[in-house]
Design a protein around this ligand. Structure first.
Ligand code: NDP
Length: 337
């Protein structure tokens, strides 16, 4: 028998604190930019007549015997709104590159929330003005608290404005946020009020049509656009994209999966050249991010399997060293061994 470590949401939270996860994401995206990752587009199967989907996201991160092989298998059910269930449920699998052993199976809901926010934190560190202090969160679901943690880890945030469609979830978020954040937390009645004068804006909703207008953005603002991840869905209007210096997690994913990019391109407002680079290009110094304090910068996040694989490997290594997680015997050894 070989043993595989089962890693729960608690294990993930314990071994993937936000500041550490930001560094893990930086290393993974640098590896992608160096060409040392295999990263096919994700396979998304839509469930007929619903907004829900089942997705597979495989990747190989690194080269040779030290590479991490993995895949996230996940359901994305925006239809879980108003049920006790998360919108993202599944597992992240980790295999080694030496013998192909299944090393770990980890909870995907927690990994997805933490790594997604960590990548937004990384983009904020690379693109936002250094003194950015006012944060607007549009959306108050699972991704809201990790985004507050991620942005606070990289910029001196003094005030958070939060807006959500229902308002109730924004109020519940604000209450929880006040318990762990020393700054001010304000619930806004409209997305426009939340964005007005904000230095950093995170769009983290399941909206299919724009909730953020470019005209609302203050000069110098940085936007992390995280929610829309299908060609037909967008959170940003075309002005917001056209007026920004645009960076992405991966160019190929953006050209295939991002309504926030594809719609303004179809309207003739932008071309493919509007994508100035990937976060990895910024990390390697191949591209300039912000050129002046007045630039509006935009990071379009779609989420990459390498982020999940890097996160699960980090959690696996730390949990193994700490004797945490639950070991489970699996097949995979020849008879007699
Ligand atoms: P949740 O379901 O927990 O929260 C969804 C939020 O979106 C709520 O605040 C909800 O508002 C709001 N919302 C839902 N529908 C609409 C709408 N039509 N218009 C405006 N607001 C709406 O989701 P998560 O926090 O887990 O994820 C948020 C988004 O991010 C999802 O679209 C998800 O697919 C995407 N995502 C992206 C990732 C990436 O890597 N880029 C990774 C993970 C998720 P209320 O409850 O107040 O009604």
């Amino acid at each position: 028998m070989t043993s595989t470590l089962l890693l729960s949401d608690r294990d993930v939270a314990r071994f993937l604190p936000m500041p550490e996860c930001i560094e893990v994401m930086a290393a993974a995206l640098r590896t992608v930019a160096e060409g040392a990752a295999v990263l096919p587009l994700r396979t998304v199967m839509r469930l007929d007549g619903t907004p829900n989907a089942f997705a597979a996201m495989p990747a190989i991160l690194g080269r040779g015997g030290d590479a991490a092989l993995g895949a996230k298998i996940i359901t994305v059910f925006p239809g879980n709104d108003r049920t006790p269930f998360d919108s993202h449920i599944g597992v992240v699998l980790l295999f080694d590159a030496e013998h192909g052993r299944l090393q770990a199976i980890a909870d995907a809901s927690s990994i997805t929330a933490i790594r997604t926010a960590a990548v937004s934190g990384l983009a904020t560190r690379l693109l936002a003005n250094e003194d950015a202090a006012e944060l607007a969160l549009l959306g108050a679901g699972v991704l809201a608290m990790p985004h507050l943690d991620a942005v606070r880890a990289v910029r001196p945030i003094r005030r958070v404005r939060v807006w959500s469609r229902s308002g109730e979830r924004a109020s519940a978020f604000a209450e929880q946020a006040r318990a762990r954040f020393e700054g001010e937390v304000v619930v806004c009645g409209s997305a426009r009020d939340a964005v007005d004068g904000a230095d950093i804006v995170c769009t983290i909703t399941a909206a299919r049509t724009p909730i953020l207008e470019g005209a609302w953005l203050a000069p110098g603002a940085h936007v992390n656009a995280v929610g829309a991840s299908l060609p037909a869905a967008r959170e940003l209007d075309s002005d917001a994209v056209a007026r920004s210096r645009l960076f992405v997690d991966r160019r190929e994913s953006t050209l295939n999966e991002s309504g926030d990019f594809l719609v303004p391109r179809a309207e003739g407002r932008i071309t493919d050249a509007h994508i100035l680079g990937e976060l990895g290009d910024l990390l390697l110094g191949r591209q300039r991010g912000r050129t002046s304090p007045g630039d509006v910068t935009l990071f379009k996040s779609l989420g990459l399997a390498v982020e999940d694989v890097a996160a699960v490997r980090h959690v696996f290594e730390k949990a193994s060293a700490a004797g945490a997680g639950t070991s489970m015997a699996f097949g995979g050894l020849r008879a007699g061994h």
